[in-house]
Design a protein around this ligand. Structure first.
Ligand code: SF4
Length: 356
């Protein structure tokens, strides 16, 4: 079944009320605190460019298993250019080319693609691959692996599929009581890359109470981009009457940003896919609006939100920078090989910059 997402190209929202009808701030001047870092991480950028370059190089259609990244605008824009999004590899015609999404796949998906003779481009984020390798290594040493993550998330399915006999999912602190292991001296926790750092640490604290010899992962599984965006939103949340997070509902890290903003002082916080979803009632009596976006969100969507805020008098935008990011991952190996053989550009440079 092909993924059907009916989504028009984002447009500027229509105003439902005159901005002068919105109650002015009770205290202070209208302003926006714009969090940085926000938006695309290195893994998302790589995955999106991989599909763009695959479309340019091989020509459409290029099949993509699952949403390449969890953002409606990105998926729809790539679909308009000829990408065909499917749920499973058995929907891809035999011998056709398929891209695996940034969230990663289990070994079973690789086997199924191979059995159908598919030409695969694996756009799994290298930081997700790192967690897969950790799972394989601990399973080989016969550890019980407690994977902190959300049931049904594609990344969790992919990681769990690396060692299904050894991995059990722990969704949060409330799951800890039910966890049992074979040997409490041989147990490690790993995690999904896009979780709330604070909630995960609370889950681990509870796990360690139960299993004092619980081992930590060799390095942070919650990735740099997730952590940086949470630090930035914490910084703006305390000063914000309202925080707007641009991101899709199935984007784990975007949803976490709303939660983190509320936990760190924002009076209100909302997630929007597009500027047109903003409800002007949210502005009543509000002085400071914090703005950020999830790791799968192109900045064009944030700029559209800022335009709407300016229409309502929030044109004073103050960047709040908590970290600089310059990490970049090279394109998937299979794609680089074919581009190189054709003398084409193998860098992450976009062929059609602007809307992605
Ligand atoms: S959020 Fe982190 S793990 Fe996920 S694609 Fe981005 S860099 Fe990779």
């Amino acid at each position: 079944m092909t993924t059907s997402i009916s989504l028009p190209t984002p447009s500027m929202p229509r105003k439902r009320r005159d901005p002068s009808e919105i109650a002015p701030p009770a205290k202070g001047a209208k302003r926006v605190l714009l969090a940085s870092p926000r938006g695309y991480c290195a893994g998302v950028d790589r995955a999106v460019v991989a599909v763009e370059k695959a479309l340019d190089h091989y020509g459409p259609p290029v099949y993509v298993r699952k949403q390449i990244v969890h953002n409606l605008h990105v998926v729809d824009t790539l679909a308009e250019r000829g990408a065909i999004f499917v749920e499973e590899t058995d929907e891809v015609p035999e011998g056709a080319r398929v891209v695996f999404s940034a969230h990663g796949v289990s070994p079973e998906v690789h086997r199924s693609a191979e059995a159908r003779g598919l030409q695969t481009i694996d756009a799994t984020c290298p930081l997700v691959t790192k967690v897969h390798k950790e799972a394989v290594r601990y399973a080989r040493n016969d550890y019980d692996i407690l994977l902190v993550g959300h049931d049904g998330h594609e990344e969790v399915e992919g990681t769990a599929g690396e060692a299904p006999e050894n991995i059990q999912l722990v969704q949060g602190p409330d799951d800890v009581d039910a966890v049992t292991v074979r040997d409490p001296d041989k147990v490690v926790w790993l995690s999904q890359t896009t979780l709330s750092v604070d909630e995960t640490m609370e889950t681990v604290r509870r796990l360690r109470e139960k299993f004092p010899n619980l081992e930590d992962p060799p390095s942070d599984d919650i990735c740099y981009a997730t952590q940086n965006r949470q630090v930035a939103v914490k910084k703006i949340a305390g000063e914000s009457d309202l925080v707007l997070v641009v991101g899709s509902a199935n984007s784990s890290n975007s949803v976490r940003l709303v939660e983190v903003a509320l936990e760190h002082g924002a009076t209100a916080a909302h997630r929007v896919d597009f500027a047109r979803e903003i409800d002007e009632e949210w502005f009543n009596g509000i002085a400071t609006i914090g703005v950020t976006s999830g790791a799968s969100v192109p900045d064009v969507l944030v700029q559209q939100v800022l335009k709407v805020l300016a229409d309502y008098g929030y044109g004073d935008v103050e960047p709040v920078i908590t970290a600089e990011e310059d990490l970049m991952f090279s394109l998937p190996r299979e794609l680089r090989r074919d581009l190189k053989a054709a003398g084409a550009d193998i860098t992450n440079k976009r062929s059609q910059p602007g809307d992605l």
